[in-house]
Write a protein that binds this ligand. Structure first.
Ligand code: ADP
Ligand code: MG
Length: 345
């Protein structure tokens, strides 16, 4: 048998049988439990409202109504006091109803030693269970607070990284405008575009509702909005992306791919100027598979041909596609250049 806890436990015993009530009071008193007694629902509920009990013991048949009424009203009102239900030996369905209504346990009523012993054990177990649940609730709350704090800090870090990277791109822009040669200017502006693709990921992470994943439609929209400002107005840029979510480092890889492809189109597709269309599309053709299409209607290109510039773009695209565990294909199209990157999400 369990030993009585150090602090006096207080139990409310609800039963219209005064003899049994006194028996319970005595038996539980011997193991350090102070028993209050109520004979009907009204006085029981008045006591429950006025005092704090460590446990309730409810008899089924009361002068008006049953113990279930008390139990249901208490649970409905958010009361979580551990409750033991007392039923007759032939009333299995009452016991089931009581458990469904939120009783922690039930004890079959009899007149004798074993009734009070069983009652005592049931009370102790219900109290231990309630304490464990309360401890778990507290731990859950602490965990949630700690996680929220960590995510707030992480968002703050992404904010700072995004700002610092924006500063780097501003510095590169400044450097490019201060009398550099064409070649240096091109290199600096391509570096700027790549860094902007990365800083955009950090911006998405602190602006989005989840600090761990990037929603690609918002990310691509905002990154290409910035890119749009750097290209001639004669190029019509359209963006059509679905809200696929991927991790931050994969979003960086994808962002660099998009940046390289879009930069190349702006640089090479329309050497004579004139109007052109550049389309960036991200779809999920089947669950778990994403497809990026970057297409222009310019002069077209040979994927095996010699690069006019450094050729770094193709290398980066291959490396980033590999990080995405994706594939890059350049299908033959009647006009312009189309590149399709497929990857798992
Ligand atoms: N959309 C495009 N339209 C026309 N030519 C392109 C296009 N994309 C790439 N190219 C050609 O492919 C070459 C390789 O591109 P890339 O590897 O990015 O090198 P870079 O941009 O340094 O020239 C470019 O030099 C260009 O000739
Ligand atoms: Mg390039």
């Amino acid at each position: 048998m369990t030993t009585a806890p150090a602090a006096m436990l207080r139990v409310l015993y609800v039963d219209d049988d005064p003899i049994l009530a006194r028996l319970v009071e005595k038996a539980l008193g011997r193991v350090g439990i102070e028993v209050s007694h109520a004979e009907d629902a009204a006085s029981a509920e008045a006591l429950i409202a006025a005092q704090r009990f460590d446990a309730l013991v409810l008899d089924h048949y009361l002068p008006t109504g049953t113990g279930l009424d008390i139990l249901r009203r208490m649970r409905a009102g958010g009361g979580r006091t551990p409750t033991i239900y007392v039923t007759g030996s032939s009333e299995a369905t009452v016991a089931i109803d009581a458990l469904k209504a939120g009783a922690d346990d039930y004890v079959i009523k009899s007149t004798g030693e074993d009734f009070t012993a069983l009652l005592h054990r049931a009370i102790d177990q219900a109290i231990v269970k309630a304490e464990l649940l309360a401890a778990k609730d507290r731990a859950d709350i602490e965990t949630r607070i700690a996680r929220e704090r960590a995510e707030m800090l992480l968002a703050e870090v992404h904010h700072r990284v995004a700002n610092s990277l924006s500063m780097v791109t501003s510095l590169l822009r400044l450097q490019a405008s201060s009398g550099a040669s064409d070649e240096v200017r091109t290199a600096l502006s391509e570096a700027q575009a790549r860094i902007a693709a990365i800083s955009g990921v950090h911006r998405s992470l602190y602006l989005g509702d989840d600090v761990h994943t990037v929603t690609l439609d918002a990310y691509l929209q905002s990154m290409l909005q910035d890119f749009r400002k750097t290209i001639p107005g004669s190029i019509r840029l359209t963006i059509d992306a679905c809200p696929v979510k991927i991790s931050a480092d994969r979003a960086v890889s994808l962002g660099i791919v998009v940046s390289e492809l879009a930069t190349n189109a702006a640089k090479y597709a329309w050497p004579e100027g004139g109007a052109g269309e550049l389309r960036v599309e991200l779809t999920e053709p089947e669950p778990g598979l994403a497809r990026l299409v970057v297409a222009d209607d310019g002069i077209g290109s040979d994927p095996e041909g010699m690069a006019l510039g450094t050729g770094l773009g193709q290398k980066l695209i291959r490396a980033m596609a590999e990080r995405l565990e994706g594939s890059v294909v350049q299908p033959a199209v009647p006009k312009g250049t189309t590149v399709v990157v497929s990857f798992r999400v």
